[in-house]
Design a protein around this ligand. Sequence first.
Ligand SMILES: *Cc1c(COP(=O)(O)O)cnc(C)c1O
Length: 390
Amino acid sequence: MKSGIFDQSLMKITDRPPVIFVRGEGSWLIDQDGNRFLDFIQGWAVNCLGHCPPEIVGAITAQAQTLINASPAFYTDRMLELADKIVDCSCIDRVFFTNSGAEANEGAIKLARKWGSLHREGAFEIITTENAFHGRTLATMSASGKPQWEPLFEPKGAGFVKVPFNDLDAIERAISSRTVAIMLEPIQGEAGVVPASRNFLSGVRELSQRMGILLILDEIQTGIGRTGKAFAYEHAGVEPDILTLGKGLGGGVPLAALGAKESVCCFAPGEQGGTFNGNALLTAVGSAVLDTVMRPSFLNEVSKKGALLKNCLSDLSRRLGEGEVRGEGLLIGWVLARADAGRVVQNAFKRGLLLNAPRPNILRFMPALNVSVEEIERMMSILEGVLVEI
Ligand SMILES: *Cc1c(COP(=O)(O)O)cnc(C)c1O
């Protein structure tokens, strides 16, 4: 690093606060001057067991001494083990590993189009929702519904039809002979933690079955215990045909997955792949994450901590006259009465609390799934101080 100027050598893609992080411990991030920050972002719901948890450190250390990478065209024990574990705890039958959520969604789009070419006379269109976030590759940006992205990087990928979220009639009207799938987040994360209603999700499932098209659920943010269940689709009692996972699956290392029901797994050899996909080091970490998170007692604790966090926020919201608290488990959004969430984030940062504002009037809370009661209380007291001051 050159003195004084932090990012002389980095492409400028976002405004970062002027501190440099050097260490992490559980719910805490520590900068190079030794300042400690209580982390309720956790890499955007990625570090599901917190910073440097012993489970992940142990898995990385042991695997790094055994086998880091064979080749995506070879089996490894770790790749097979993690695929079995995902299949055992979810509704899907087969998995393809990727290095990012966007790449998993890109694979979901390809798989649906391949399925359409085989089983629906070349149908290729995918219905997605307004304000959806599915990633930053060209196809996943095209599938996303962020209004700010509309003018960017034209021409984007064709074949995506947008409908309002939580509007079953709009989906029904959008379906044509060209439609191959509906793609949704069970809770829209980047849009500001907007849950799909249970009726909407079960309605979409019923509708897609009746029309002979696929349901793709993007659980990159909501999966792996984030909502208090292994996968958010369980809350609505529906099963997707294609499921994408990421973020928490790797607990901080770049690991994501595309999963599908047996009848949908139709890639022919050569149609899908990637250099690092299913790498032994990363899949060993995924296994360690699932061994911890999928224990019923662990998921129960996530629900309990989520309910506590939601209650604390709802109580503060009533006292201060702010808005709705929504979400499930440890993915919670709080609607503020004014569009000052950015200022709240900045002032919280000055007091050693890391929060995220996905929208100008919304705060998002996504702590480690093993966050403690004391850490939730500490967060609430810092947050109250910030809001009262503003
Ligand atoms: C984060 C996210 C993605 C993109 O994942 P990357 O790993 O950043 O490519 C896609 N969909 C949802 C719902 C996400 O939250």
